[in-house]
Ligand binder design. Sequence first.
Ligand code: IMP
Ligand code: MG
Length: 178
Amino acid sequence: MDKDISKIIASEDEIREKVKELAEKINSDYKGKKMTVVGILKGGVIFFADLVRKIDTECQMDFMAASSYGSSAFSSGEIIIKKDLSLDVTGKDVLIVEDILDTGNTLYLLKDYILKKGAASVKICTLFEKPSRHIKPIKADYTGFIVDDLFIVGYGLDYDEKYRNLPYVGVLKPEIYS
Ligand code: IMP
Ligand code: MG
């Protein structure tokens, strides 16, 4: 375990099992549909890569990037789109794949944005969710793990652009960010 981590929240094996479980639900819900899977950079990219390889229905892939966090562990609430879709999602069934649903500011904006682009449907798949932190009326359609109000890193999740490459997810020691 990395020296900056106090506790493992999801091990490699637990993540692998969870990704499989989520993909099974998605495969049954989207049977026969033409999906566009939108990964949210950068945090969602590792989850995205593992999840899409378990999706067995026809799917296109695209990416968006939005930001509010900077190098701070606390959301500013202001979200900007840093990278737009490159595909036309008109009439498509879009599945957004994100690392974590925290305050909900990011996904609230992105879901609305993709719907306004003419998508037939937009659902959200997030690996982690912190329900106690939601401030926007938003719900994930597929959630991997529910977590308490702790700052976690690994498997795509960063603090100050570090720890994304950890193969597991753990709680970052508070002395690192305070
Ligand atoms: P939201 O807009 O507040 O829901 O936050 C979404 C983004 O904040 C996520 O995509 C993450 O990049 C980041 N974030 C929220 N909580 C954590 C955490 O515990 N660790 C690392 N990043 C986080
Ligand atoms: Mg993110």
